[in-house]
Design a protein around this ligand. Structure first.
Ligand SMILES: Cc1cc2nc3c(=O)[nH]c(=O)nc-3n(C[C@H](O)[C@H](O)[C@H](O)COP(=O)(O)OP(=O)(O)OC[C@H]3O[C@@H](n4cnc5c(N)ncnc54)[C@H](O)[C@@H]3O)c2cc1C
Length: 292
Protein backbone atom coordinates (compact mmCIF):
# COMPACT_ATOMS: atom_id res chain seq x y z
CA UNK A 1 0.00 0.00 0.00
CA UNK A 2 1.14 3.55 -0.68
CA UNK A 3 0.91 6.64 1.47
CA UNK A 4 0.27 10.29 0.61
CA UNK A 5 2.58 11.60 -2.10
CA UNK A 6 3.57 8.13 -3.34
CA UNK A 7 2.24 6.11 -6.23
CA UNK A 8 -0.96 4.23 -5.37
CA UNK A 9 -1.23 0.49 -5.92
CA UNK A 10 -2.98 -0.33 -9.19
CA UNK A 11 -5.50 -3.11 -9.78
CA UNK A 12 -7.18 -4.10 -13.04
CA UNK A 13 -10.00 -6.43 -11.91
CA UNK A 14 -11.39 -9.04 -14.28
CA UNK A 15 -15.02 -8.80 -13.23
CA UNK A 16 -17.42 -6.60 -11.30
CA UNK A 17 -17.29 -9.12 -8.44
CA UNK A 18 -13.48 -8.90 -8.43
CA UNK A 19 -13.65 -5.07 -8.43
CA UNK A 20 -16.10 -5.06 -5.52
CA UNK A 21 -13.86 -7.45 -3.60
CA UNK A 22 -10.97 -5.02 -4.05
CA UNK A 23 -13.09 -2.07 -2.93
CA UNK A 24 -14.16 -3.95 0.20
CA UNK A 25 -10.84 -5.59 0.96
CA UNK A 26 -8.09 -3.04 0.38
CA UNK A 27 -6.90 -0.94 3.29
CA UNK A 28 -6.78 2.86 3.11
CA UNK A 29 -8.41 5.01 0.47
CA UNK A 30 -9.34 3.02 -2.63
CA UNK A 31 -10.56 4.89 -5.72
CA UNK A 32 -12.32 3.54 -8.77
CA UNK A 33 -10.92 4.90 -12.01
CA UNK A 34 -12.91 4.76 -15.26
CA UNK A 35 -11.85 7.24 -17.98
CA UNK A 36 -9.65 9.13 -15.51
CA UNK A 37 -10.57 12.49 -17.06
CA UNK A 38 -11.56 13.99 -13.73
CA UNK A 39 -9.90 11.68 -11.23
CA UNK A 40 -6.37 11.93 -12.62
CA UNK A 41 -6.65 15.71 -12.83
CA UNK A 42 -7.73 16.18 -9.21
CA UNK A 43 -5.29 13.48 -8.10
CA UNK A 44 -2.37 15.36 -9.69
CA UNK A 45 -3.64 18.62 -8.20
CA UNK A 46 -3.64 17.04 -4.74
CA UNK A 47 -7.40 17.41 -4.16
CA UNK A 48 -7.75 13.68 -3.63
CA UNK A 49 -5.45 10.99 -2.23
CA UNK A 50 -5.57 7.29 -2.96
CA UNK A 51 -3.70 4.30 -1.60
CA UNK A 52 -5.02 2.11 -4.40
CA UNK A 53 -6.73 2.52 -7.77
CA UNK A 54 -9.23 -0.01 -9.14
CA UNK A 55 -9.33 0.44 -12.91
CA UNK A 56 -12.72 -0.62 -14.29
CA UNK A 57 -12.19 0.75 -17.80
CA UNK A 58 -11.71 -2.67 -19.41
CA UNK A 59 -14.53 -4.57 -17.75
CA UNK A 60 -16.86 -5.76 -20.55
CA UNK A 61 -19.74 -6.16 -18.06
CA UNK A 62 -19.83 -2.40 -17.50
CA UNK A 63 -19.51 -1.22 -21.07
CA UNK A 64 -22.11 -0.62 -23.77
CA UNK A 65 -25.79 0.08 -24.26
CA UNK A 66 -28.62 -2.43 -24.48
CA UNK A 67 -32.32 -1.97 -25.17
CA UNK A 68 -35.36 -4.15 -24.61
CA UNK A 69 -38.90 -4.03 -23.18
CA UNK A 70 -39.03 -0.28 -23.83
CA UNK A 71 -35.98 0.42 -21.67
CA UNK A 72 -32.38 1.35 -22.32
CA UNK A 73 -29.46 0.40 -20.09
CA UNK A 74 -26.19 2.28 -20.33
CA UNK A 75 -23.19 0.59 -18.70
CA UNK A 76 -21.11 2.75 -16.38
CA UNK A 77 -17.99 2.76 -18.58
CA UNK A 78 -19.87 3.70 -21.74
CA UNK A 79 -18.24 6.85 -23.09
CA UNK A 80 -19.99 10.01 -24.24
CA UNK A 81 -18.91 9.20 -27.81
CA UNK A 82 -20.41 5.68 -27.57
CA UNK A 83 -23.73 7.04 -26.32
CA UNK A 84 -23.88 9.84 -28.90
CA UNK A 85 -23.29 7.30 -31.72
CA UNK A 86 -25.96 4.86 -30.48
CA UNK A 87 -29.53 4.63 -31.85
CA UNK A 88 -30.79 5.52 -28.35
CA UNK A 89 -29.36 9.01 -28.89
CA UNK A 90 -31.23 9.24 -32.21
CA UNK A 91 -34.48 8.41 -30.42
CA UNK A 92 -33.77 10.64 -27.41
CA UNK A 93 -32.21 13.66 -29.08
CA UNK A 94 -31.27 15.47 -25.87
CA UNK A 95 -28.83 12.67 -24.95
CA UNK A 96 -26.81 13.08 -28.15
CA UNK A 97 -26.95 16.87 -27.91
CA UNK A 98 -25.66 16.81 -24.34
CA UNK A 99 -22.82 14.37 -25.17
CA UNK A 100 -21.74 16.15 -28.33
CA UNK A 101 -21.53 19.51 -26.53
CA UNK A 102 -19.02 18.26 -23.95
CA UNK A 103 -15.49 19.62 -24.23
CA UNK A 104 -13.47 18.12 -27.08
CA UNK A 105 -13.20 14.77 -28.83
CA UNK A 106 -10.64 13.43 -26.35
CA UNK A 107 -12.90 13.99 -23.34
CA UNK A 108 -15.89 12.57 -25.22
CA UNK A 109 -13.95 9.48 -26.34
CA UNK A 110 -12.62 8.65 -22.88
CA UNK A 111 -14.94 10.23 -20.30
CA UNK A 112 -17.65 7.86 -19.13
CA UNK A 113 -21.28 8.28 -18.16
CA UNK A 114 -20.61 6.49 -14.86
CA UNK A 115 -17.63 8.71 -14.07
CA UNK A 116 -19.79 11.78 -14.58
CA UNK A 117 -22.59 10.48 -12.36
CA UNK A 118 -20.18 9.44 -9.59
CA UNK A 119 -18.24 12.70 -9.60
CA UNK A 120 -21.57 14.55 -9.48
CA UNK A 121 -20.25 17.93 -10.53
CA UNK A 122 -23.30 20.23 -10.56
CA UNK A 123 -22.33 21.58 -14.02
CA UNK A 124 -22.09 18.26 -15.91
CA UNK A 125 -24.17 18.13 -19.09
CA UNK A 126 -25.33 14.50 -19.14
CA UNK A 127 -27.22 14.65 -15.85
CA UNK A 128 -30.26 16.85 -16.77
CA UNK A 129 -31.32 14.62 -19.71
CA UNK A 130 -31.07 11.55 -17.46
CA UNK A 131 -33.14 13.30 -14.76
CA UNK A 132 -35.77 14.10 -17.40
CA UNK A 133 -35.90 10.39 -18.26
CA UNK A 134 -36.47 9.49 -14.57
CA UNK A 135 -33.38 7.29 -14.85
CA UNK A 136 -32.35 4.93 -12.12
CA UNK A 137 -28.87 3.69 -11.28
CA UNK A 138 -27.61 0.19 -10.48
CA UNK A 139 -24.99 -0.16 -7.78
CA UNK A 140 -22.90 -3.22 -6.89
CA UNK A 141 -20.98 -4.12 -3.76
CA UNK A 142 -19.49 -7.39 -2.57
CA UNK A 143 -22.36 -9.90 -2.76
CA UNK A 144 -25.05 -7.27 -3.30
CA UNK A 145 -26.77 -5.13 -5.93
CA UNK A 146 -29.19 -2.28 -5.45
CA UNK A 147 -31.10 0.14 -7.63
CA UNK A 148 -32.22 3.68 -6.83
CA UNK A 149 -33.49 6.74 -8.69
CA UNK A 150 -30.74 8.98 -10.06
CA UNK A 151 -32.42 11.88 -8.25
CA UNK A 152 -31.81 10.07 -4.93
CA UNK A 153 -28.26 9.06 -5.92
CA UNK A 154 -27.25 12.74 -6.28
CA UNK A 155 -27.30 13.95 -2.69
CA UNK A 156 -25.43 17.27 -2.91
CA UNK A 157 -22.55 19.23 -4.34
CA UNK A 158 -20.20 16.53 -5.74
CA UNK A 159 -21.78 14.04 -3.33
CA UNK A 160 -23.61 10.83 -4.13
CA UNK A 161 -25.26 8.04 -2.19
CA UNK A 162 -22.44 5.66 -3.22
CA UNK A 163 -20.59 3.99 -0.35
CA UNK A 164 -16.77 3.64 -0.45
CA UNK A 165 -17.06 -0.09 -1.23
CA UNK A 166 -19.69 0.36 -3.94
CA UNK A 167 -19.41 0.50 -7.71
CA UNK A 168 -21.84 2.12 -10.12
CA UNK A 169 -22.78 -0.50 -12.71
CA UNK A 170 -24.96 1.56 -14.99
CA UNK A 171 -27.98 3.74 -15.53
CA UNK A 172 -31.33 2.72 -17.04
CA UNK A 173 -34.46 4.51 -18.22
CA UNK A 174 -37.71 4.02 -20.11
CA UNK A 175 -37.43 5.03 -23.74
CA UNK A 176 -40.07 7.59 -24.76
CA UNK A 177 -42.82 5.71 -26.60
CA UNK A 178 -44.07 6.15 -30.14
CA UNK A 179 -46.50 8.90 -29.08
CA UNK A 180 -45.73 12.50 -30.01
CA UNK A 181 -42.69 13.17 -27.87
CA UNK A 182 -39.58 15.21 -28.48
CA UNK A 183 -36.54 16.35 -26.52
CA UNK A 184 -33.74 18.90 -26.69
CA UNK A 185 -30.67 20.06 -24.77
CA UNK A 186 -29.68 23.74 -24.86
CA UNK A 187 -26.41 24.85 -23.32
CA UNK A 188 -24.84 28.25 -22.94
CA UNK A 189 -21.09 28.32 -22.25
CA UNK A 190 -18.82 31.31 -21.79
CA UNK A 191 -16.34 29.86 -24.30
CA UNK A 192 -16.65 27.40 -27.20
CA UNK A 193 -16.62 23.77 -25.95
CA UNK A 194 -16.62 25.14 -22.39
CA UNK A 195 -18.48 24.23 -19.24
CA UNK A 196 -22.15 25.11 -19.07
CA UNK A 197 -23.06 28.49 -17.63
CA UNK A 198 -26.54 26.99 -17.70
CA UNK A 199 -27.81 23.88 -19.50
CA UNK A 200 -31.48 22.95 -20.00
CA UNK A 201 -32.83 19.57 -21.09
CA UNK A 202 -36.50 19.14 -21.92
CA UNK A 203 -38.68 16.17 -22.85
CA UNK A 204 -42.27 16.89 -23.90
CA UNK A 205 -45.22 14.82 -25.03
CA UNK A 206 -48.02 16.47 -26.98
CA UNK A 207 -51.54 15.02 -27.33
CA UNK A 208 -54.30 16.74 -29.32
CA UNK A 209 -52.46 20.07 -29.30
CA UNK A 210 -51.97 19.97 -25.53
CA UNK A 211 -48.88 19.35 -23.39
CA UNK A 212 -49.63 15.98 -21.77
CA UNK A 213 -46.19 15.43 -20.20
CA UNK A 214 -43.32 17.86 -19.66
CA UNK A 215 -39.93 17.22 -18.04
CA UNK A 216 -37.36 19.97 -17.51
CA UNK A 217 -33.85 19.38 -16.12
CA UNK A 218 -31.10 21.92 -15.54
CA UNK A 219 -27.39 21.96 -14.86
CA UNK A 220 -25.07 24.57 -13.30
CA UNK A 221 -27.88 26.27 -11.37
CA UNK A 222 -27.83 24.52 -7.97
CA UNK A 223 -25.85 22.11 -5.77
CA UNK A 224 -26.78 19.28 -8.12
CA UNK A 225 -28.53 19.08 -11.46
CA UNK A 226 -32.26 19.61 -10.82
CA UNK A 227 -35.70 19.16 -12.34
CA UNK A 228 -38.07 22.13 -12.51
CA UNK A 229 -41.49 21.03 -11.19
CA UNK A 230 -42.69 24.65 -11.47
CA UNK A 231 -42.22 24.78 -15.24
CA UNK A 232 -43.49 21.23 -15.70
CA UNK A 233 -46.73 21.72 -13.74
CA UNK A 234 -47.41 25.10 -15.34
CA UNK A 235 -47.30 23.63 -18.85
CA UNK A 236 -49.03 20.26 -18.45
CA UNK A 237 -52.64 20.42 -19.62
CA UNK A 238 -52.13 23.67 -21.51
CA UNK A 239 -52.50 24.14 -25.26
CA UNK A 240 -49.22 24.15 -27.16
CA UNK A 241 -48.48 27.82 -27.84
CA UNK A 242 -45.37 30.00 -27.85
CA UNK A 243 -46.94 32.19 -25.17
CA UNK A 244 -47.53 29.19 -22.89
CA UNK A 245 -43.87 28.13 -23.28
CA UNK A 246 -42.59 31.67 -22.60
CA UNK A 247 -44.76 32.14 -19.51
CA UNK A 248 -43.98 28.71 -18.03
CA UNK A 249 -40.24 29.10 -18.60
CA UNK A 250 -40.18 32.13 -16.30
CA UNK A 251 -41.26 29.81 -13.46
CA UNK A 252 -37.88 28.05 -13.52
CA UNK A 253 -36.44 30.63 -11.11
CA UNK A 254 -38.53 29.00 -8.33
CA UNK A 255 -36.53 25.78 -8.67
CA UNK A 256 -32.95 27.01 -9.01
CA UNK A 257 -30.44 28.38 -6.54
CA UNK A 258 -27.32 29.23 -8.53
CA UNK A 259 -23.96 30.21 -7.06
CA UNK A 260 -21.29 32.32 -8.72
CA UNK A 261 -18.83 30.08 -10.56
CA UNK A 262 -16.15 30.45 -13.24
CA UNK A 263 -18.79 30.19 -15.97
CA UNK A 264 -21.00 33.03 -14.73
CA UNK A 265 -22.43 34.89 -11.77
CA UNK A 266 -25.50 33.65 -9.91
CA UNK A 267 -27.41 36.71 -11.15
CA UNK A 268 -26.49 36.02 -14.77
CA UNK A 269 -27.46 32.35 -14.48
CA UNK A 270 -30.82 33.31 -12.95
CA UNK A 271 -31.51 35.63 -15.88
CA UNK A 272 -30.32 33.12 -18.47
CA UNK A 273 -32.19 30.03 -17.25
CA UNK A 274 -35.72 31.04 -18.46
CA UNK A 275 -34.38 31.84 -21.94
CA UNK A 276 -32.61 28.48 -22.27
CA UNK A 277 -35.61 26.58 -20.93
CA UNK A 278 -37.89 28.34 -23.44
CA UNK A 279 -35.49 27.63 -26.30
CA UNK A 280 -35.16 23.98 -25.31
CA UNK A 281 -38.94 23.56 -24.88
CA UNK A 282 -39.60 25.16 -28.27
CA UNK A 283 -37.24 22.76 -30.04
CA UNK A 284 -38.52 19.72 -28.12
CA UNK A 285 -42.13 20.69 -28.93
CA UNK A 286 -41.35 21.12 -32.63
CA UNK A 287 -39.75 17.68 -32.61
CA UNK A 288 -42.75 16.20 -30.79
CA UNK A 289 -45.05 17.58 -33.50
CA UNK A 290 -42.72 16.39 -36.26
CA UNK A 291 -42.02 19.98 -37.39
CA UNK A 292 -38.23 19.43 -37.30
C1 LIG B 1 -10.73 19.35 -20.27
C2 LIG B 1 -12.06 18.85 -19.75
C3 LIG B 1 -13.23 19.52 -20.11
C4 LIG B 1 -14.47 19.07 -19.66
N1 LIG B 1 -15.62 19.71 -20.05
C5 LIG B 1 -16.82 19.21 -19.67
C6 LIG B 1 -18.05 19.78 -20.15
O1 LIG B 1 -18.08 20.75 -20.91
N2 LIG B 1 -19.22 19.23 -19.74
C7 LIG B 1 -19.25 18.12 -18.91
O2 LIG B 1 -20.33 17.65 -18.59
N3 LIG B 1 -18.11 17.58 -18.44
C8 LIG B 1 -16.92 18.09 -18.80
N4 LIG B 1 -15.77 17.50 -18.35
C9 LIG B 1 -15.85 16.46 -17.31
C10 LIG B 1 -16.07 15.08 -17.88
O3 LIG B 1 -17.45 14.94 -18.17
C11 LIG B 1 -15.68 14.09 -16.79
O4 LIG B 1 -14.28 14.23 -16.58
C12 LIG B 1 -15.92 12.65 -17.16
O5 LIG B 1 -17.23 12.33 -17.49
C13 LIG B 1 -15.61 11.78 -15.98
O6 LIG B 1 -15.66 10.44 -16.43
P1 LIG B 1 -14.40 9.54 -16.25
O7 LIG B 1 -14.75 8.22 -16.78
O8 LIG B 1 -13.18 10.18 -16.82
O9 LIG B 1 -14.33 9.49 -14.65
P2 LIG B 1 -13.07 9.31 -13.70
O10 LIG B 1 -12.23 10.54 -13.76
O11 LIG B 1 -12.39 8.02 -13.95
O12 LIG B 1 -13.82 9.22 -12.30
C14 LIG B 1 -14.52 10.34 -11.77
C15 LIG B 1 -15.00 10.00 -10.36
O13 LIG B 1 -15.99 9.00 -10.39
C16 LIG B 1 -15.55 7.81 -9.71
N5 LIG B 1 -16.01 6.70 -10.55
C17 LIG B 1 -15.89 6.61 -11.91
N6 LIG B 1 -16.58 5.57 -12.36
C18 LIG B 1 -17.14 4.97 -11.28
C19 LIG B 1 -17.98 3.82 -11.11
N7 LIG B 1 -18.45 3.11 -12.16
N8 LIG B 1 -18.36 3.47 -9.85
C20 LIG B 1 -17.92 4.20 -8.78
N9 LIG B 1 -17.15 5.31 -8.88
C21 LIG B 1 -16.76 5.68 -10.13
C22 LIG B 1 -14.04 7.93 -9.59
O14 LIG B 1 -13.56 7.24 -8.45
C23 LIG B 1 -13.88 9.43 -9.46
O15 LIG B 1 -14.16 9.82 -8.15
C24 LIG B 1 -14.53 17.94 -18.79
C25 LIG B 1 -13.34 17.28 -18.40
C26 LIG B 1 -12.13 17.72 -18.88
C27 LIG B 1 -10.88 16.97 -18.49
Amino acid sequence: MSGEGTTPDYFAPESVADACQRLAGEEGSVKVVAGGQTLMLIFRQGFVQADALVDISRLPELSGISTGDGRARVGATTTYADLAAHEVADRVTMLGEACNGIADRQVRNVGTIGGALCHADPAFDIVPPLLCLDADVQVASEGDHRRLPLSAFLVGHMRTDLGPDELLEGVAFNLPGPQQSGSAYEKHAAVDDGWATVGAATLVTVSDGTFSDVRVGLTAVADTAVRSPAVESTLVGNPVTEDAIEAASEEVTADIDPLDDLSGSAKYKRGLAPTLVARSLTTATERARGDR
